[in-house]
Design a protein around this ligand. Sequence first.
Ligand code: DGT
Ligand code: CA
Ligand code: CA
Length: 368
Amino acid sequence: MRRVIGHLDVDYFYAQVEELLNPSLRSKPVVVCVFSGRTELSGVVSTSNYIARQCGVKSGMPISKAKKLLEGKDAKFIPLDIEKYSNMSEKVMNTIRQEIGSVEVVSIDEAYFDLTEASGGEFSKSKEVALKLKEKIRSTTGLTTTIGIGPTKTVAKMASDMAKPDGLLVIDDLIAKEFIGKLPVEKLPGVGPKTRKILNDLGISSISQLASTDPTLLYKKIGKKVSIKLFRMANVIDDEPIKTGLSSEQISKIITLKSNTNNEKQIMQEIENSIKAIQEKLKIKDYSFKSLAIIAITDDMKMHTRTKTYPFYINDITLVKNDIERLFAEFCKSSDRLVRRAGLKLFDLGKIRRQESISYYLGASDVS
Ligand code: DGT
Ligand code: CA
Ligand code: CA
C-alpha cells in the first residue's frame, strides 16, 4: 500500500491560544513576548498573530522593533506562558491520537501521523480524513490548524508549511518529486542559510538540481550523513517511519508465576486471566491496538520484552494468542534463565471505527 503521511502544525500557536482565552484580542495585533527583564522593552518576539505579521512583525525580532512597527495600532504585547500552551498542545495531540490512532509529536505545535490505514492508501481519501481531523481539533480546542499530506514526512511538512494558515494541502505521491523539485533547496526541512549557501555556491539552487546531484560530490562540504539525507529527501525516497513516543497510552498487565519456568505453555495458562482483563479494558475504552509486547522478568530480576507490530488495528487480543505464545516460546528458547513474572503490553492504541475482519487478520497474520 502507498504510504500516506500527515503533518499538522497549529496556526500562530501561542498567539492563537492568547486570542482563544481573550477573544477581544482577535481584532488587534497580538505579540507574544519573551521579556528578558533587563528593561521593559528588552527581549524578543516569540510569535504574533497574522494582523501583527502584516505589519512586519516576525518571530525572534526584538520587542522594541515590534513596538515601533505597531505604533498607534492598539497592539497587545503578552508575556509568554508556556504552561498554557503545553496544556493546549496536549489536547491537540490527544485529539490526533484518538482520531488517527498514533502520533509522533515533534514540537509543541507539530505532529506527524500515518494516514495510510485511515485512507486505505488513497491520497484523495486522506483529504477527507484530514478535514475531519481539522474540524475535530477546532471543535474540541477552538484552534485552527494546517495539515500537509504527502508520501514522506518531508513532503508532508513542506505541504503544511505552504498551506498555512487554516489550510490543507495534499501532495500526491505521483506528483511529489516534480512538485517539490521546482522549489528552492531552502524549502527542504533542515536546510538553513548556511547549507543553502554551500549548495548555491555549487550551482544547486532548486530541489530538482539537488535530486540529480551525486551525493558523494557533496560529502566534503556538508558531510556524508547530511548529503545522503538531503539526496533522499529531494528524491522523495526518505522513508523514515512515524515514531510514536513512549508517552503514548498503553495497556499492560503483569503477574508473578506460581513457579519459575521456561515453558511457554505454562506461561500461557497462567496469563489467561491477564489476557481476559486486557480484553475487558480494550472493550471499555473502545480501543484497538497495533503493537503488542510480551514482558518476561527472569529469575535474576531482569526485564525482557519481545514486540510484534501488525499492519492494521486489532480490537480483540484473544485473536492473537498464537502470536503471544510464539513470542514467549522465542524468548524461552533464547534465554538460559527461568521466567518468574510474565505479562503483556499493548501500545499504538487507537479508536477505530472500521472493524478489521478476522479473515483479513488470519490471512495476514504472518506479517511482522
Ligand atoms: P505559524 O505556524 O507560521 O502559523 O506560526 P507559529 O507561531 O505557530 O510558528 P511555529 O509553528 O514556527 O512555532 C510554534 C511556536 O513556537 C510559536 O507559536 C512560538 C514559538 N516560537 C517560534 N519561533 C520562535 C522564536 O524564534 N523564538 C521563540 N521564543 N519562540 C518561538
Ligand atoms: Ca505553527
Ligand atoms: Ca511549528
